[in-house]
Design a protein around this ligand. Structure first.
Ligand code: ATP
Ligand code: ATP
Ligand code: MG
Ligand code: MG
Lengths: 224, 224
């Protein structure tokens, strides 16, 4: 479902060029659960942004379900981002003036889901991450781990076919992490393709494949 | 150095009252290294904000080095916050329009340290967390773990006597986490009092004492 061919993403020019992603080729078959690991600054979030159609490579190509992403127009890209891909950001990116419920409903309004159904699905998504009682709270009225879970609920509410999660359990205690991983296992068993960035070896162990990055490159790739 | 007596912090009223911190009493002697652990939403960040003089309790009292904090005027509080306490926030709270160097210099300008010395100390603080080569980058031009390390450098640059760190390694890989913990061990050996919130049992093991919270209360407290 995912195919990156020699993808590079640089910042700056000349001596100051930073090769955030440096010639990465990667294939992820439909339904695979991949953990992306590596040192701080190794390029994981940059790669995730490219996979999520939020950033374009400096060179190389990205094929998502057989379509070359750089050839798609803005409408087609927006369609993919809103309906097919769920993205959990490393810094959550919740809208501070909206409640948890409203934040989770947002992708459904972009997908023009009618209000009744939107309210119900958002409420269920929040319940699945253990936050039914925080639906009316704004981000500043919730803990770090609660905000992270709202971001997860928001990514899952569109029922995506591809979940890109950038360190989704970084702010969660062991018990809550386990609940989220169990939820992901369940969705994976039902066909969800998952690429999950993590620094936690325990979380890495739950994936079927671990890809390791260093200095913008893939240095290890092992499947059980 | 720290004494909390029956501190409570609530939000809301009546049936909807949330007891974020619920009757917590805690004493931390000078130079102790404490890990604060507990489930998501258990009140750790709320307690840290009270300890850091960033929030006031709804009831109970907080004595910092023998002075009752609620009796202090704004100037005295600002003095303590800027010179004695280093605070690493769970969501970093870097200023997005300032570079890493400028972010780390900020507490030193509040403490009216002269420019030459400010530049030198900020540069050294960044070097100590492995980010000498990111000094001129803004937060949007750095990875999550790099931002977290800038937040740590900023907390340490004032050479505080009390470090309050809210999940300072949540976005760091194992190797980088080890570097930060080694740095904290070194500062602790030189007399720094540390209260560090973490979800990572490995990090908890580095502390001399682990205090565990649940539903706003302390439910476990063990010292090696
Ligand atoms: N402004 C607020 N209004 C209402 N409730 C709040 C507010 N701020 C925090 N809370 C609630 O207080 C409780 C404690 O929050 P706190 O941020 O201290 O938790 P935490 O232990 O740091 O959690 P985490 O590990 O997820 O960061 C949470 O249940 C949260 O929803
Ligand atoms: N806009 C930018 N300008 C310059 N350099 C950038 C920019 N954005 C990212 N970088 C650099 O690209 C590199 C990769 O960043 P990225 O966020 O992908 O790392 P990461 O693997 O996600 O790290 P972490 O584990 O700390 O989150 C970093 O060294 C970072 O400083
Ligand atoms: Mg990252
Ligand atoms: Mg917290």
């Amino acid at each position: 479902v995912i195919e990156l061919r020699d993808v590079t993403r640089t910042y700056g020019m000349g001596d100051a060029t930073i090769r955030a992603v440096d010639g990465v080729s990667l294939e992820v078959p439909d339904g695979q659960y991949v953990a992306l690991m590596g040192t701080s600054g190794s390029g994981k979030s940059t790669l995730m942004n490219i996979l999520g159609c939020l950033d374009t490579p400096t060179s190389g190509s990205y094929w998502l379900r057989g379509r070359e992403v750089s050839r798609l127009d803005d409408d087609a890209l927006a369609e993919i981002r809103n309906r097919e891909i769920g993205f959990v950001f490393q810094s959550f990116n919740l809208l501070p003036r909206l409640t948890a419920q409203q934040n989770v409903e947002l992708p459904l309004s972009y997908a023009r889901v009618p209000p009744q159904e939107r309210h119900r699905r958002a409420r269920e998504a929040l319940a699945r991450v253990g936050l039914a009682d925080r639906a009316e709270h704004r981000p500043t009225e919730m803990s770090g781990g609660q905000c992270q879970r709202v971001a997860i609920a928001r990514a899952l509410v569109v029922e995506p076919t591809l979940l890109l999660a950038d360190e989704p359990t970084g702010n969660l205690d062991t018990a809550t992490t386990e609940e989220i991983l169990a939820l992901l296992d369940e969705l994976h068993a039902n066909g969800l393709t998952i690429v999950l960035v993590t620094h936690d070896a325990e979380v890495g162990r739950r994936a079927e494949r671990v890809v390791t990055m260093r200095d913008g490159r893939i240095v290890d790739d092992r499947t059980r």
